[in-house]
Design a binder for this molecule. Structure first.
Ligand code: DGP
Length: 114
């Protein structure tokens, strides 16, 4: 039986996603349940479960992900601002055990989050 997470299945193209960017290291696709007019998930292709399990060896990869987030935000016209969120663990509200950064924008976002 497959232990693959839903995001690993998207990386492997076993299930479809609305992909906005892809390279050797990462994939970005639109969230199935958007919480803002623009809601993109940016994920490493490497199977990292969460922020809590990032290793020192992942330093360049995480930097790469943030540069890609910056580029996608520019390309999607989020010049007025946006939010980047990584939910971590049960109390952090993480529901998919594959590291992902939410890129949210296109409306005024509130603070604090719920
Ligand atoms: P989090 O709660 O931080 O773990 O965010 C998981 C997000 O993943 C949530 O906003 C919904 C989204 N999501 C879950 N399953 C799928 C899927 O199959 N496709 C896409 N595009 N997004 C998904």
């Amino acid at each position: 039986m497959s232990e693959k997470s839903i995001f690993k299945r998207i990386i492997d193209k076993e299930i479809p996603a609305d992909i906005v960017y892809e390279d050797d290291l990462c994939l970005a696709f639109r969230d199935l349940s958007p919480q803002a007019p623009t809601h993109v998930l940016v994920i490493p292709k490497k199977e990292i479960k969460s922020v809590a399990t990032i290793t020192d060896q992942d330093q360049a990869l995480i930097g790469h992900l943030y540069l890609i987030i910056r580029n996608i935000a520019r390309e999607l016209g989020l010049g007025n601002g946006y939010r980047v969120v990584a939910n971590c663990g049960a109390e952090g509200g993480q529901t998919v055990d594959h590291l992902h950064f939410h890129l949210l924008g296109g409306r005024q976002l509130k603070w604090p989050p719920g």
